[in-house]
Design a protein around this ligand. Structure first.
Ligand SMILES: Cc1cc2nc3c(=O)[nH]c(=O)nc-3n(C[C@H](O)[C@H](O)[C@H](O)COP(=O)(O)O)c2cc1C
Length: 178
């Protein structure tokens, strides 16, 4: 199955997962900026296309590009993976994918989540500012639960909870559909 992986990444976590996938699946890989320069024909030869974006405020970054294209890729096997700062078992993941895809897209596009982390050193100024505001608003919140306190503590500085093992379900999905 000829596969293409398109990704967008600000601080490197999504890029790392895209590269792990490309290596494991022997797939081609393109940064979204490069993919946006390609014409329609370029994608014709691919049997499968996977889009990877990072989680931002409960949505998947720049997913619109992929969803717009996906409507004309009905003959291809499609998947979407999202990389976020939260753990793989977070209930927020389902909420995010439910918000991101409509019912028709859900039938055609398989979704996956891979836990990433936070890298404040590589983050741009608007992202740093947004995170600073989010952390201080959470700290001001009264009656914080223990889980919320832990989460705020965790996202106050950089951490890395990424692991190659999280690509396994994606690889398996494409192998099983061969
Ligand atoms: C402004 C902002 C909002 C974010 N919102 C979420 C979120 O809603 N859920 C989540 O799990 N992670 C969230 N994150 C964390 C990023 O998704 C995480 O750092 C991810 O690993 C970044 O991927 P990248 O290194 O490919 O850019 C947010 C990060 C920023 C900067």
């Amino acid at each position: 199955m000829k596969t293409l992986i398109v990704y967008t990444s600000q601080t490197g976590f999504t890029q790392r997962y895209a590269e792990w996938l490309a290596e494991e699946m022997k797939a081609d890989i393109l940064n979204l900026k490069e993919a946006q320069k390609k014409d329609e024909k370029y994608f014709d030869s691919y049997d499968a296309i996977i889009y990877g974006g990072w989680a931002m405020a409960g949505t998947v970054t720049k997913v619109k590009w992929f969803l717009d294209k996906a409507s004309s890729w009905e003959d291809k096997r499609l998947a979407l993976f999202c990389v976020g700062g939260g753990p793989n078992d977070s209930p927020d993941i389902e909420v995010m994918f439910n918000k991101t895809l409509n019912d028709n897209q859900k039938k055609h596009i398989k979704t996956f989540y891979c836990q990433g982390g936070f890298n404040y050193e590589k983050m741009n100024a608007p992202s740093k500012m947004a995170m600073k505001m989010f952390v201080s608003s959470q700290k001001r919140k009264k009656n914080q639960t223990e889980d919320e306190k832990k989460m705020v503590e965790m996202i106050s500085s950089s951490y890395d909870i990424s692991d190659k093992k999280f690509i396994a379900p994606i690889v398996e999905y494409f192998e099983s559909e061969n």
